[in-house]
Design a protein around this ligand. Sequence first.
Ligand SMILES: [Zn+2]
Ligand SMILES: [Zn+2]
Length: 134
Amino acid sequence: MSYKCGCACGAIKFEIHGEPINAAVCHCKQCKKATGAPLFMAPAFHDRDVTMKKGEAKWFQSSSKAKRGFCGDCGSPLFFKFENSEATDVLIGCFDDPHQIEPTEHLWSDERMSWLPVDDSLPCYTQDRGKKLF
Ligand SMILES: [Zn+2]
Ligand SMILES: [Zn+2]
């Protein structure tokens, strides 16, 4: 499968050729802060499947274990990446067609917004797959 992606202002464009490894929805506080959104959804791809076509993301170290990539011009969040990982999570909102990929699991589901019901049948984990919650 191939996907076209980019930021809100068009300074950054990239393509993905490959299948997602997974597509987690994350409800953690840090993802809320980093996106300004009530939840985060980002399919993971092997780094080799992601090709930058225009511009380069800026990165900030969001914890000792991970960094987040964004557009330095418009601020759109684009990537999440664990240190020493060969995979990159690509935020679903930067896909030109965000309906192409469906989620596979919920992470940090104990921090889910109380007004946001989850009635899918996906596995829900507390923390980062630390423990299955229900
Ligand atoms: Zn931009
Ligand atoms: Zn998170």
